[in-house]
Ligand binder design. Structure first.
Ligand SMILES: Cc1cc2nc3c(=O)[nH]c(=O)nc-3n(C[C@H](O)[C@H](O)[C@H](O)COP(=O)(O)OP(=O)(O)OC[C@H]3O[C@@H](n4cnc5c(N)ncnc54)[C@H](O)[C@@H]3O)c2cc1C
Length: 428
């Protein structure tokens, strides 16, 4: 058995950010990944994908974008190279192709079993990602057998899909981008839309994320929101990292021939049913977007900033009245359903009672009920941008302080036990 003070599980942005913080504070640790550094960006993303966050917003502890296109958007190859450079910049102790198969309590610390060595560690940081497993509703089982099903992590390019039309379920960043790509590739596309967050790419002359960054919106912490559980369920932003900085929204898709419908609610005898809720969901997204733009306007006025004039707000919802509520799969030649319906986490290897009844790790700002066990990189862990490249660093810094304290405590109590011997045990 090998000993180390801290085991970090996962070498994505969260695991690497934590490793940087631990390195800076001289904590002996390893980072274990079942694949390679940034594995999900290599093997679970589609070919044309670019980050939807601009390059300047790839700030990590001790590292930031230093190229000549700060307002551009990295391709997947760029992202992988960026994280490889980050890991190399501080000699991150990453062990690649090592899968963690069990984490158990072991005295004051943990026993971490892997496909290679077994580790004994006083602290463990779970950084296996919030976008772990695509979630597909049970409704999928009601589609006729000849319909192909695909999730975004398995989708690569349009030609991979069987000939014919495509039903995309879900209209957050992934669903919208994939509907757009398939439409441009000449496919007939229907997109089923639920609750979503609409945003323009640019507003008053700047990237929308630049405004949100300056205003501190993305840094808002869990105690600033009304209900953290609701905030954690918020859909991702309807944005695309397009080199032309275009806005991607439902109206634009519909103008190009994509059939936009409400939430998928049933499938019966090869006919899908959609809720008659498209006006309601698009109106809710319109209101939220209008209020955010208004907040930006007030920020510009309050700080007397030079900005392009505000254009009249253009709501989308009214254009969606009377949307179809059914789709006959065969009559429309629909052969594929692409489920862009979000992610869940799965921790079968975590043999410590910290999971809630949904299988999520119970935590407060990443600190779990098991002393010495931490989780990093989850959606809204501590702040709105906790699962973004730009946000994970602050959370890693905060949790690193806890790791260090825990190590100091366990080292002190071990030293005391050694000095006092059995007397301390008897008193305890
Ligand atoms: C399609 C998509 C686009 C996104 N675009 C952006 C964007 O533009 N900007 C942005 O800031 N964020 C974006 N995100 C959000 C976020 O940045 C990513 O989800 C990111 O990958 C999360 O990083 P992470 O380190 O928390 O987890 P991951 O990148 O998921 O890393 C977890 C690592 O853990 C490893 N692992 C899992 N289980 C085990 C195990 N048992 N043993 C060992 N290793 C294990 C995996 O191999 C993986 O490498 C996007 C997310 C998605 C899904």
């Amino acid at each position: 058995m090998r000993r180390v003070d801290c085991v970090v599980i996962g070498a994505g942005q969260a695991g690497l950010a934590m490793s940087h913080c631990l390195t800076t504070r001289g904590v002996d640790h390893v980072v274990l990944d079942r694949g390679r550094v940034a594995e999900r960006w290599r093997s679970e993303r589609w070919e044309s994908l670019r980050l939807l966050t601009p390059n300047w917003q790839s700030r990590l502890p001790g590292f930031q974008y230093d190229g000549d296109d700060p307002d551009g958007f990295m391709t997947m190859a760029d992202v992988v190279a960026y994280f490889e450079r980050y890991a190399a910049s501080f000699g991150a102790p990453v062990h690649e192709q090592v899968e963690v198969t069990a984490v158990r309590l072991d005295g004051d610390g943990f026993r971490v079993e892997t496909t290679a060595d077994t580790w004994q560690a006083a602290t463990v940081v779970v950084a296996t990602g919030y976008a772990d497993r695509p979630w597909v509703p049970s409704l999928a089982g009601r589609f006729p057998g000849h319909i192909a099903h695909l999730v975004p992590t398995a989708y690569r390019r349009p030609e991979q899909l069987p000939e014919g039309a495509v039903l995309v379920v879900g209209a957050s960043a992934s669903g919208l981008q994939l509907a757009d790509e398939l439409n441009r590739a000449g496919r007939a596309v229907t997109i089923a839309v639920g609750h979503h967050t609409r945003l323009p790419r640019r507003y008053r002359g700047l990237d929308i994320l630049r405004w949100l960054d300056w205003m501190g919106v993305l840094d808002e912490s869990v105690d600033r929101v009304y209900d953290i559980e609701i905030s954690r369920e918020q859909p991702s932003l309807q944005l695309v990292g397009d080199p032309g900085h275009r806005t991607l929204d439902l109206s634009g898709l519909r103008a190009r021939g994509v059939r936009v419908v409400g939430r998928l609610i049933d499938v019966d005898a090869g006919v899908t049913q959609f809720a008659d809720d498209l006006v309601a969901t698009t109106a809710a997204a319109d209101i939220k977007m209008a209020s955010l733009q208004h907040r930006i306007d007030r920020f510009i006025a309050a700080h007397d900033l030079a900005a392009e004039p505000a254009l009249p707000f253009a709501p989308q919802c009214l254009g969606f009245a009377g949307a179809d509520t059914r789709l006959d799969l065969d009559a429309s030649s629909t052969r594929t359903v692409l489920w862009a319906t979000g992610f869940r986490r799965h921790y079968p290897w975590l043999q410590i009672p910290v999971l809630d009844d949904r299988g999520e790790i119970r935590h407060r700002g990443g600190i779990t009920p098991a002393p010495g066990l931490y989780v990093l990189g989850l959606h809204f862990l501590r702040k709105r941008n906790s699962s973004f490249i730009d946000g994970v660093g602050a959370d890693a810094e905060a949790l690193c302080t806890h790791v260090k304290q825990r190590l100091d405590e366990t080292h002190t109590s071990n030293a005391r036990r050694k000095t006092n011997g059995p007397r301390t045990e008897a008193v305890a």
